[in-house]
Design a protein around this ligand. Structure first.
Ligand SMILES: C[S@@+](CC[C@H](N)C(=O)[O-])C[C@H]1O[C@@H](n2cnc3c(N)ncnc32)[C@H](O)[C@@H]1O
Length: 267
């Protein structure tokens, strides 16, 4: 097997991400800066390093380079309208006042998704409907997670989906960038979690967002990941997908379709 094929298989087997042979040019062009950064002269050397040091520097750089981290604020407004107007009020109504509402943004990229959720919660708080909540953001890309933890965004990123009123209320200018205010930032914790392996110890959630990542997986992996996520949803809780990410039939029997892309677990 040549090294590009080894790298492609590794990406599929360890992370679920499919890159077809026709897209080798994409892989090669995304990996050129990694070779420069690690002072390597070939993909063979990169593959050797990845094998020698699992989860080490080379593997992290490889994953950072090959993942597509496209994201923006309040992506899919219907989902966020449902979250704010229906789902969060429904959850808080049936839970005791001080119960913690847990939300997981699985594959959170650079943080716009978990912070959009945090902004919904913050606005509810300001409107007098205070909710005790914690949000977990997770991804496999170390670079994306680092940026999410910093909560610092360029003007270009700020212009993608964020209402001006939110920018004024919840962000502080820093040079020509914008930092999310600490009170919103502190609602979210970040962890590196590979959806292929999951993390049994993270417990159950009222709501899980898993959006625009399943599209990179093949059908079996999608089913496996959705089944894993379904176990982390509390009875009566919600699992939210991206557009065009339709879950498999067995899942649709166990979860009720609640709104576009939103499924509710019975109980
Ligand atoms: C296109 S972004 C979607 C971000 C956000 N959920 C949204 O909808 O805007 C896809 C993210 O999935 C992450 N990802 C890809 N494979 C993953 C895996 N096996 N486990 C966890 N995250 C993964 C990528 O690193 C990337 O940040």
């Amino acid at each position: 097997m040549d090294s590009i094929e080894e790298l492609r298989s590794f990406l599929r087997d360890a992370y679920g991400i499919l890159i077809s042979r026709e897209k080798d040019y994409l892989l090669t062009s995304r990996l050129a800066p990694v070779l420069r950064q690690l002072k390597l002269s070939s993909l063979r050397e990169l593959w050797t390093l990845i094998r020698q040091d699992p989860k080490g520097v080379a593997e992290r750089a490889f994953i950072d380079a090959v993942t597509t981290n496209e994201t923006y604020w309040f992506r899919d407004t219907t989902v966020f309208n449902n979250l704010q107007d229906k789902i969060l009020p429904e959850i808080t109504e049936r839970r005791s006042q001080n119960a913690l509402v847990r939300i997981w943004s699985a594959a959170c990229s650079t943080g716009q998704e978990p912070y959009s959720i945090a902004l919904c919660l913050k606005k509810m708080e300001l409107a007098g409907k205070s909710i005790q909540s914690r949000i977990l953001g997770s991804d496999i890309s170390s670079d994306a997670l680092q940026r999410a933890r910093e909560g610092l965004y360029t003007s270009f990123e700020m212009d993608r989906g964020l209402p001006d009123s939110d920018r004024q209320k919840f962000f502080l200018p820093e040079g020509n960038m914008w930092r999310i205010e600490p009170a919103v930032r502190s609602k979210v914790t970040y962890e590196q979690i590979n959806l292929m392996s999951g993390r049994a110890d993270i417990g159950q959630f009222d709501i899980i967002f898993c959006r625009n990542v399943l599209v990179y997986f093949d059908e079996d992996t999608r089913t496996q990941v959705i089944n894993m996520l379904a176990q982390h949803v509390l009875p009566g809780g919600f699992l939210i997908f991206g557009n065009a990410e339709r879950p498999h039939a067995a899942f649709r029997e166990a979860f009720e379709s609640y709104a576009p892309n939103i499924y509710k677990k019975s109980g």
